[in-house]
Design a protein around this ligand. Structure first.
Ligand code: C5P
Length: 299
């Protein structure tokens, strides 16, 4: 068995997030078009006397280090499934904004699962790993597979999507996070007549063609109005990125990170500079998509 295993895992942006009415179980049916982007966390698993977590990176102080962390829950779930104790130290090198609508917590859950599976030699199949991911959270299966996928159900049922080129993005992190359940509750309040969600064929065609202009015209996020209602200042960030040449601007998932689709790398750099200079966000980073899912990088 390896002495330690490190797994790299990407953030995501939702290029379409169509949300239906609340279900009896409290979740919402989605047509959720996930795109993995090249901003990564790394999770390292090493043997330990008991389950412990440490975290490094600019947002490390905002990451819970107890059993509520999805990485810890992933280790516990895998250990329980294979009848062993979850004695592992997990280190999270965090680069994905925390509570930002980019699935950073979900990414760490998927990465911890893959890392512990390799460290312990449990040899779980891909299908088993995907089932465990879905138990951990709606976005966790996508963090495992990466690339691009249509998520239905609560987002956990995935169908891979073809992407015909590289898309260039800028992501602006905001101060503080937004609670995903609270954003969904605000969506319910604002959208009493929500209808069954459906994937947009023109958006899927734009992804397939690798056509950034067409994708810009098709981007949509049904949670955006709710996120803006809870954090009105995000409208200024969106306006700054648009004025700096973004083809389109939207809230990422439940926010408060905002996402800007750029024509290319040079344009992305210009948009990021303008966002940083504007003082309307905490940081601005360029990243390309699609990106691969959770991958063992050492061990
Ligand atoms: O699945 P996950 O634990 O990530 O979901 C967090 C919360 O987001 C849920 O408790 C629910 O309030 C909301 N949610 C939802 N519908 C979804 C996914 C998440 O209402 N499809």
């Amino acid at each position: 068995m390896p002495a330690r295993v490190t797994v790299r895992v990407p953030a995501k942006v939702n290029v379409q997030l169509a949300v239906g009415p609340a279900r009896p179980d409290g979740f919402h049916d989605l047509a959720n078009v996930f795109l993995a982007v090249g901003l990564y966390d790394e999770v390292t698993a090493a043997p330990a006397d008991e389950l412990t977590i440490t975290c490094s990176g600019p947002d490390a102080d905002k990451v819970p280090l107890d059993r509520t962390n999805l990485a810890a829950r992933a280790a516990e779930l895998l250990a329980a499934r294979y009848g062993r104790s979850p004695d592992v130290h997990l280190h999270i090198a965090k680069d994905i904004p925390v509570a930002g609508g980019m699935a950073g917590g979900s990414a760490d859950g998927a990465a911890a699962l893959v890392a512990c599976d390799a460290l312990w030699g449990t040899g779980a199949s891909r299908a088993e790993l995907l089932d465990l991911c879905a138990e951990l959270g709606s976005d966790v299966p996508f963090s495992l597979v990466g690339g691009a996928a249509l998520g239905t159900g609560r987002g956990e049922k995935l169908a891979p999507l073809e992407v015909g080129g590289t898309f260039h993005w800028v992501f602006a992190a905001a101060d503080g996070g937004l609670s995903t359940p609270a954003v969904y509750r605000e969506f319910d309040r604002l959208t009493p007549d929500a209808v069954a969600p459906e994937a947009d064929p023109s958006l899927l065609a734009a992804l397939r063609a690798g056509d950034a202009g067409a994708l810009a015209g098709a981007l949509s996020n049904d949670l955006q109005a709710a996120a803006l209602s809870m954090r009105p200042s995000l409208a200024e960030t969106l306006a700054v990125g648009t004025a700096a040449g973004a083809l389109a601007a939207l809230v990422s998932g439940s926010g408060p990170t905002t996402a800007f689709l750029a024509e290319g790398e040079a344009s992305a750099r210009k948009i990021a500079d303008a966002l940083r200079a504007s003082g309307t966000c905490r940081s601005a980073r360029a990243a390309a998509s699609p990106a691969p899912g959770a991958t063992i990088v050492s061990g």
